[in-house]
Design a protein around this ligand. Sequence first.
Ligand SMILES: [Zn+2]
Ligand SMILES: [Zn+2]
Length: 150
Amino acid sequence: MKLNAGYSSLASPLELGLHKSGLRLTPQRKKVLDLFQRIGSGNHLSAEEVHAHLLQMKSRVSLATIYRTLRLLVRMGFLHELELSEGGHRFELLSKDHPDHHHLVCINCGRTEEFESDEVVDAGRKAAENKGFKLIESTLNVRALCPQCI
Ligand SMILES: [Zn+2]
Ligand SMILES: [Zn+2]
């Protein structure tokens, strides 16, 4: 009989995510998460792009299922969702190596560039403190036109 059976002292982020939300990481959800982990943080994919990647991997999943899966992974704390008024929604890996960062988003083609700004983070933190709010995140999405779309 093994010691520690059914018990893990070193919980991986995956296991922590499962624990936090009580949701299961089904093979389908794992596949989508694996895709984000493979392309790495700092990449922002739309549901359509995730769908196209999975089709390339010979994985037949409907776009509706991809949307549901992405929303769930956001709720489970694995992905971050960017809401872009014209460009729909994009998703990126939530990573501790990739802390608070901001986005410059082209409203025409959806090109997304990241930038860092301590001022923005500080402004959010101070505003929350002043009003007695508990800060969750302080990020800025800037809507713009990229050089190709101007
Ligand atoms: Zn980002
Ligand atoms: Zn553009």
